[in-house]
Design a binder for this molecule. Structure first.
Ligand code: GAP
Length: 487
């Protein structure tokens, strides 16, 4: 079972301290969300799992952490100033403002060249709110957030203009040579980065799925110009498919989407999206999916665009502002070239949502009460073990439970809780995905053993306190990653 819809997760997330609506005491701020005590643990665990998987377990990837605010010229030469925009339309009937390319009828069936305004004028494009075809012509809106640098800069001083990054990728490209030379890397190798990005989305919504501030886990994999780029895209797709599976996501809720040529980003020759079934409640299968991540073949577009050497047909430098040539010298054949790039770009927030939706399940107990169980993969669970005293008015039991909590803390995240009866405490831990509850009872004082209860089966086992850390660690091992089945 998975969550029946996103609303179920919104309510669980707020009730149990995963995610809160931001700025709520001032009426909220459309599309902004704050991660609470459990949400920050879950999202940190996802980011750490990703970093371990790429940067530590492989030998061909380095990590960096670049600035959010970069020189404006980065966004000029990356193409974002000119092309990072969404087409907007207004509905004349219901007055809604929407992203045109998300509307029914915007793209012609079967793809190919088309004039969106011609399609709008012909009444082929429908308002998402009221179904009207009386829409204004599309116009473009740049999604980068602007700011000004320095206390003295005035409102429209172009020399002070800067942007909050809309992707982490550019921080990687401009550091390509720094990383390659300091780490003495040879192709192929990758650079990974995780961090916040910002986009002034026209229609944010659906909880943490589309927000204006979000986190990305991006990796740029640099390869030779004659590598089999499309095949490498497929390989990275399969690896990520497997990774999501390893996080506990059911592959029935994942699918691939080959982005049609007319919809590719300005830098991409091929992009395959991994989609997650975020809207299982929708009757039409096709409308149940939204992008979880994309894997793009970015060619040598970015490294070339940021380099000072390339010239146009008239021999003029294409980038007169850059002071560097971001090319690579291949010792093996004494050739210099711009590496090509395969880019797997994933969203942290969308992964958090997919993981929460997929882990959601309900179970009925002996008394006929329905309980929510969040079957999170143990590696992602915010809390690994809850230590619960059976009698909170018995100082010896409380003391023993607290001592067990302290002894476990160096090896795994444990909490002590005595704020309710044992049934209630179990239910609370099930609902937040804690894989194990450890109960200290009267018998424990005599036999130095505790009861370990499994979240998913509710089975109980008696374990010696001296063996507890090892016992839990063994059972907390991440679910095994099985070979990819790309559909
Ligand atoms: N560097 C390539 C790039 O940024 P993208 O497809 O625009 O590609 C990558 O973004 C991922 O970032 C998406 O697949 C999604 O998971 C996440 N993402 C993008 N925009 C987002 C938004 N407004 N809110 C939440 N996540 C977003």
């Amino acid at each position: 079972m998975t969550a029946p819809n996103i609303e179920t997760i919104v309510s669980l997330a707020k009730r149990r301290g995963f995610v809160f609506p931001s700025s709520e005491i001032y009426g909220g701020l459309g599309s902004a969300w704050d991660y609470g005590p459990l949400g920050v643990e879950l999202s940190n665990n996802i980011k750490q799992a990703w970093w371990r998987w790429l940067v530590y377990e492989r030998d061909d990837i380095e990590g960096i952490d670049s600035s959010i605010i970069l020189n404006r010229l980065v966004w000029k030469y990356s193409g974002h100033e000119d092309t990072f925009h969404d087409p907007l339309v207004d509905c004349r009937d219901c007055k809604s403002r929407m992203r045109a390319d998300k509307l029914e009828g915007y793209f012609p069936e079967g793809g190919g060249e088309f004039d969106p305004n011609e399609r709008i004028r012909s009444g082929l494009v429908k308002c998402a709110e009221c179904g009207s075809t009386s829409l204004t012509e599309e116009r473009f809106f740049n999604m980068m957030f602007r700011t000004r640098l320095g206390a003295l800069a005035d409102e429209d001083d172009p020399t002070a203009l800067a942007y909050l990054r809309p992707e982490t990728a550019q921080g990687i490209f401009i550091n390509f040579l720094n990383v390659q030379t300091t780490m003495r890397r040879k192709l192929p190798f990758g650079i990974a980065q995780v961090g916040k990005s910002f986009r002034n989305e026209v229609t944010p919504g659906n909880f943490i799925l589309r927000t204006r501030e979000f986190e990305q886990m991006e990796m740029e994999y640099f390869v030779k110009p004659d590598a089999e780029h499309f095949k490498l895209v497929d390989e990275w797709v399969a690896l990520y498919f497997d990774w999501f599976k390893g996080l506990g996501i059911d592959t029935a809720n994942l699918k691939l989407h080959e982005v049609p040529n007319g919809e590719l980003a300005h830098y991409s020759k091929r992009t395959v999206d991994i989609m997650y079934r975020y809207f299982p409640e929708r009757a039409e299968e096709e409308r149940q999916w939204e992008e979880l991540m994309g894997i793009a073949y970015r060619t040598d577009f970015d490294l070339r665009a940021h380099s000072n050497k390339p010239t146009d047909e008239e021999g003029k430098r294409v980038n007169p502002d850059s002071t560097e040539d971001l090319s690579y010298f291949d010792e093996s054949n004494k050739q210099r070239f711009y590496p090509h790039v395969i880019e797997p770009a994933a969203g942290v927030n969308r992964t958090v949502l997919a993981v929460l939706m997929d882990a959601y399940s309900e179970k009925t107990n002996d008394k006929g009460e329905t309980r929510v169980i969040l079957k999170l993969s143990p590696q992602l669970a915010p809390i690994k073990a809850a230590i619960l005293p059976l009698a909170k008015n018995k100082p010896e039991i409380v003391g023993m439970a607290k001592a067990i909590k302290r002894s476990l803390q160096p090896v795994l995240r444990a909490v002590y809780d005595d704020t309710g009866g044992i049934g209630k405490l179990y239910a609370r831990q099930d609902e937040i995905g804690t894989p194990f509850c450890v109960t200290v009872d009267h018998q424990s004082l005599e036999d130095e053993a505790v009861t370990v209860r499994d979240r998913d089966t509710w089975e109980q086992e008696r374990v010696k306190v001296t063996d507890l850390a090892e016992h839990l660690q063994k059972r907390l091992k991440p679910y095994p990653v099985v070979s990819p089945e790309v559909s």
